[in-house]
Design a protein around this ligand. Structure first.
Ligand code: CDP
Length: 234
């Protein structure tokens, strides 16, 4: 089915309005409040600290562990509290998307814990979590090769769209979600998932649009970090 106009009037490759703030949690070593449209995520970083149980330790490199959670009121039909299968899988995927950017060899045997709380959800929460978490890791002063920036790409009807929202994810004319994360400096992909159907050509197009669009997110992440360390009011 032809998808002629986005419901919120955006261009097909346009991101939702975005806001990034760091240093929002006093107890955490690093933190970030990241908002993309109505999707709002808070990330807090603790560590590196000793990893328990001991058998999980890696003497050659550290571990990034993520805990993804959705507040009950983050969606309109009350999310059941506590981690289910979806939350466990997302936690693993988010940690895997962050690990390539962190210099894990600098803290063998240790773990860096990244907590992500979804305050409000309108699709793309895993991507927003990756953005929030990587900015919080940088805020914590973690040795990193780059920040990770992520966007929920999609094929909605016949159009490749950037930063899809819940309406688009549920579009009856056909919707394929393609969450994707990059280290923007090198363009290296750290997460690529696909739910739905898409041709190889369209997938390549979605990846190349995503690779360009994350540069806008990357700039906002860097701006938030620079603002904090320059002492600007955020
Ligand atoms: O959030 P993301 O797109 O990364 O993951 P998803 O599992 O594809 O979820 C898509 C969206 O469905 C979420 O962002 C929420 O808006 C919504 N959702 C919900 O309403 N209730 C849930 N229990 C889980 C997700």
């Amino acid at each position: 089915m032809s998808y002629t106009k986005r419901v919120d009037g955006r261009a097909f490759d346009e991101l939702r309005p975005m806001s990034v703030k760091v240093g929002v949690l006093e107890n955490a070593l690093g933190s970030c409040l990241f908002q993309m449209g109505k999707t709002k995520v808070l990330a807090g970083v603790y560590g590196p600290r000793q990893l328990y149980p001991r058998f999980l330790r890696n003497p050659e490199k550290g571990t990034v562990r993520c805990f993804y959670n959705m507040y009950s009121f983050s969606v309109s039909d009350r999310k059941r509290p506590g981690p289910g299968r979806r939350e466990k899988e997302l936690s693993e995927k988010i940690a895997q998307a962050l690990e390539p950017a962190v210099m894990l060899e600098k803290f063998p045997d240790a773990v860096v814990d990244v907590f992500v709380e979804i305050i409000q959800a309108d699709a793309g929460t895993r991507c927003a979590s990756i953005c929030a978490a990587s900015t919080a890791l940088a805020d914590a002063g973690m040795p990193m090769k780059d920040i990770v920036s992520s966007v929920a790409m999609g094929k909605i009807g016949d159009k490749i769209c950037a930063d899809i929202d819940k309406y688009e994810e549920d579009y009856e004319g056909g919707a394929t979600d393609i969450p994707i994360a990059f280290m923007p400096r090198t363009g290296e992909i750290t997460l690529l998932q696909l739910d739905g159907e898409i041709s190889p050509e369209d997938l390549k197009k979605a990846i190349s649009v995503g690779r360009e669009k994350v540069k806008e997110i990357y700039e906002k992440q860097k701006e938030a970090l620079t603002a904090k360390y320059k002492g600007d009011k955020q």
